[in-house]
Design a protein around this ligand. Structure first.
Ligand code: ZN
Length: 98
């Protein structure tokens, strides 16, 4: 498992998810569109080695609802895997008991 999730291929392999948020405001009302990106489609379009960094992805993304390119993304680690949380709990216990 790569330590740094910096390509679309790494995101896909490690079951990361990318959420797309529309930041477009029209007459003071936000569009508010949110969706999970289809990583497999994104990889098919941009390639596995394409960067998953915000600045590299945003030029390729837009809001399907209002058509605005004013969107942001957030990378979400895989859910349903509790190994990480138990590890951090152990670390917290160690910190609490020097
Ligand atoms: Zn929108």
């Amino acid at each position: 498992m790569p330590l740094v999730i910096d390509t679309l291929g790494a995101c896909l392999d490690d079951n990361y998810q990318i959420a797309l948020y529309c930041e477009n405001y029209r007459s003071g009302v936000s569009c508010g569109f949110v969706k999970w990106l289809d990583l497999e489609k994104l990889v098919a379009r941009l390639g596995r080695d394409h960067s998953s960094m915000r600045d590299d992805l945003l030029p390729h993304l837009w809001c399907p609802k209002c058509g605005s390119g004013k969107v942001s993304i957030r990378l979400h680690p895989p859910t349903g895997d509790d190994r990480d949380s138990s590890a951090s709990q152990q670390a917290a216990m160690k910190r609490g008991n020097p």
